[in-house]
Design a protein around this ligand. Structure first.
Ligand code: SF4
Length: 499
């Protein structure tokens, strides 16, 4: 590994040694760790504290994964079965140095190279998808951790509320405390830990990758089957002939069977129902109530509050009506009395099946956390002397980008801005430095010939088999099974494939 300074340049007379792996430049006492807990002074040498992680694909993984995580015994199954991740590999800093590991191996007769580094990301954040109907807060509302603004509510998706957390403005543009807590929040979420967030004019939500959200203390169980209109379309046939009217209550699009095209198609008769809110198209109503944590993401607990009086010219006493939420968790069955007022009755058994089916069709509610970062000039310089060529190589599908061996999505357009599902990355792969910024593993894998063509640091390429004797910060290695759903990162990319 190339270094720009000798140890004597970095050591002081009292035994402290300067770590130069990030701009903080800690002077670390003997036996102590630096400000990020990632580097230590061990006998006068700066070493990386965590083991360097190798992914090991085992024979058993062809037919079923046998997870393992153990110390490295120095044995490599074969070049094609071992992937050198950037987790624990160390950082390219200052930027002009080659990446900590540039490893070559032969895969099916093709010479490949993987360039790995723990990137320092000042420009990064997480996008959090929270599967819930419950209103978490108005769009653009600040999201807080420990009272500090760490992000905001962004546009909702189908059945999910979305949070955009972190980003350079929260990391660097506010107070020191805001930057530190933003960094802590991103780190915990990226490493799969639970974080409690509060939303201005909204809810408190506990978020953890791969776990159900907890909204105002209630663990969410189901993700909606669809919007109110879609639910009418999906279940109209199962209601036809068993009930006169069905209303699927939804904060976004409330559906009304007798007016909806699905009801018209089946021949459902007009019922004289009149809804509050704004009619969009027949049988589809917006804004029937305010958003909230009640029925279908509205603020109501009594569904009758979204109805206007029935039209006496059409409605008849005895008319039956089912009202249900988009998850089937709330429902009510009513019959009109002589004054055309809905009176609640017990749900008939014939309709209970359809309500159960709505629930059955709801998928489990989960939180999904995608880390998003921009692999900027500094990081790219560790790969090649001409950084833009790396960007072009990624865009031309010659170079595969992975994060701890997990597949990433690289945004089209300029730069190498990628997203990764943190649940596909090995445990505790993310770190931080107190600048503040997140540290995330990133690997670039390509044919050796392509690496040469983009101006790679060929003098620093070392064969995989030499890893055991490799000098550098790394003192320990561990081997980990890859996530069962991840493609094996050493397979060469073909143009047109995602990164
Ligand atoms: S914060 Fe960590 S990486 Fe940065 S100089 Fe200190 S020990 Fe090194």
């Amino acid at each position: 590994m190339s270094t720009s300074a000798t140890l004597s340049d970095r050591a002081t007379s009292d035994g402290k040694v300067r770590c130069d792996a990030c701009p903080v430049m800690c002077y670390i006492k003997p036996g102590m760790v630096g400000a990020c807990d990632r580097y230590a002074n061990r006998d006068g040498e700066i070493v990386r504290v965590d083991p360097h992680v190798l992914l090991q694909r085992t024979v058993e993984q062809g037919g079923g994964v046998v997870p393992f995580n153990r110390g490295w015994d120095g044995q490599l199954v074969s070049a094609g079965q071992t992937f050198v991740t950037a987790i624990g590999a160390g950082t390219t800093y200052p930027d002009y140095k080659p990446a900590p590991f540039i490893v070559s191996s032969e895969i099916d007769g093709v010479d490949m190279v993987t360039v790995v580094t723990e990137g320092i990301f000042s420009y990064c954040g997480v996008k959090v998808k929270v599967d819930t109907d419950r209103h978490l807060g108005p769009e653009e509302s600040p999201v807080r951790a420990e009272g500090e603004a760490v992000g905001h509510v962004t546009t909702g998706e189908y059945g999910s509320q979305m949070l955009s957390l972190g980003g350079v403005h929260h990391l660097t543009g506010g107070s020191k405390k805001e930057g530190r807590i933003t960094c802590d929040t991103l780190l915990d979420l990226s490493n799969g830990k639970a974080v409690t967030l509060t939303i201005d004019n909204g809810a408190e939500v506990v978020v953890q990758a791969g776990r159900p959200p907890i909204v105002n203390g209630v663990t969410e169980a189901r993700m909606r089957v669809g919007c109110g209109s879609a639910t009418i379309g999906m279940f109209a046939r199962q209601w036809f002939g068993k009930v006169d009217e069905v209303v699927v209550v939804d904060d976004h699009i409330t559906g009304v069977l007798s007016e909806h095209q699905a009801g018209k198609y089946l021949g459902v008769k007009d019922t004289g129902i009149r809804m509050k809110g704004r009619r969009s198209t027949p049988g589809r109503y917006f804004q029937v109530a305010e958003p909230g944590t009640g029925w279908g993401g509205t603020n109501i607990s009594d569904p009758l509050t979204i109805l206007e009086p029935f039209n006496p010219k059409v409605a008849k006493p005895g008319l039956s009506m089912l009202m249900v939420s988009t998850t089937g968790e709330q429902y009510g069955y009513y019959r009109l009395d002589e004054a055309l007022r809905p009176v609640e009755e017990e749900l008939p058994e014939t309709l209970r099946v359809s309500v159960e089916r709505i629930k059955e069709n709801c998928e489990p509610a989960l939180c999904t956390v995608l880390f998003m970062g921009g692999a900027g000039g500094s990081l790219r310089a560790g790969v090649t002397e001409n950084p833009v060529r790396l960007t072009r190589s990624v865009k031309e599908a010659l170079t595969r980008v992975t994060c701890g061996g997990a597949p990433v999505y690289v945004w089209p357009g300029g730069g190498i801005t990628f997203m990764v599902d943190v649940s596909r990355v090995p445990e505790n792969a993310f770190g931080y430095v107190p600048t503040p910024a997140l540290v995330a593993p990133i690997e670039f894998t390509m044919r050796l010939s392509d690496y040469a063509a983009l101006g790679g640091h060929l003098d620093d390429v070392r064969p995989l088999q030499s890893l055991g004797a490799a000098p550098g910060y790394v003192t320990d290695r561990s081997q980990v099974s890859p996530h069962a759903e991840n493609p094996w990162p050493l397979l060469p990319r073909t143009p047109g494939q995602p990164a």
